[in-house]
Design a binder for this molecule. Structure first.
Ligand SMILES: Nc1ncnc2c1ncn2[C@@H]1O[C@H](COP(=O)(O)OP(=O)(O)OP(=O)(O)O)[C@@H](O)[C@H]1O
Ligand SMILES: [Mg+2]
Length: 243
């Protein structure tokens, strides 16, 4: 855990431009964006709808390749890696929590987490060596997010907040150094949203990952250490908050 907390420059975007579409119908979603995140920072990513927040998360997570510019994960430029090596670099570094929980509907809460941990191991292509970080145990994770009693529940048997907590547990199964959350409270009422944010904060304090949360919710932004504001694909503001 300490090596995660002290790691620097987990993810870097260097002059990243992302153009969607072709021909006359192109949209420049990110325009020469420079961004980096280090250590166990909590970054709130804000900006109007369409300003590029999700696109920046996708680029940081290696899900979308930049049209121009460079993304480095854990010091490795993704563009220099083939698809398999890119998958491994992602599996080692990044986890994603989407706006909806996106659980596999026919798998129980336990199976959703166990499956993610297994896929992460497969992607990595090898068993962790002795002393190296192992995937967290799904039962322990479900207890950590307060759902120890819901191991066998299917997603259809969970409330929205519970499903989102399973999604967070699933993201943490691979012990990411960097957690990317896209409007994690967007579909929750404000009380449930606050509890999910409390949980993310508690897990952040315990596991020491870096966090980027895209959000329209002022409460989410207020909990961050640093606020990055996007405007039409540009970074319009980047400020540290008083803690
Ligand atoms: N796959 C795509 N094809 C074409 N255009 C896209 C695609 N994805 C995003 N865009 C466009 O890129 C711009 C940035 O979109 P993005 O989803 O990053 O915004 P956002 O800040 O996350 O917005 P929101 O707050 O509504 O989630 C928008 O103009 C959007 O229409
Ligand atoms: Mg978005």
């Amino acid at each position: 855990m300490t090596d995660v907390a002290t790691a620097t420059e987990l993810a870097v975007c260097r002059s990243v431009t992302v153009v969607h579409g072709r021909g006359a119908a192109t949209v420049t979603a990110l325009d020469e964006v420079d961004f980096s995140i280090t250590g166990a920072e909590r970054v709130g990513l804000v900006g109007r709808s369409g300003s590029g927040k999700t696109t920046l998360l996708h680029v940081l997570g290696g899900l979308v390749a930049p049209t121009r510019g460079q993304v480095l994960l854990g010091g490795e430029p993704l563009s220099s890696l083939d698809a398999a090596a890119r998958g491994q670099a992602r599996a080692r570094t990044v986890a994603y929590v989407f706006q909806g929980a996106n659980l596999l509907p026919t798998f129980t809460a336990f199976e959703n987490i166990a499956f993610a941990a297994h896929v992460s191991t497969l992607r990595d292509g090898r068993e962790p060596a002795a002393g190296e970080q192992q995937a967290l145990d799904p039962v322990e994770l479900l207890e950590l997010v307060g759902l120890g009693a819901k191991l066998e529940a299917l997603p259809s048997e969970l409330s929205g907040g519970e499903a989102q907590r399973v999604a967070i547990a699933r993201a943490l199964a691979q012990r990411p150094a960097l957690m990317l959350c896209d409007e994690p409270t967007g579909q929750l009422d404000s009380d449930t949203g606050s509890r999910v944010l409390d949980l993310i904060d508690a897990l952040h304090a315990r596991l020491g990952f870096a966090l980027v949360i895209a959000t329209h919710d002022p409460e989410v932004a207020a909990r961050a250490d640093r606020i990055v504001t996007l405007e039409d694909g540009h970074i319009a503001g980047d400020e540290e908050l008083e803690t």
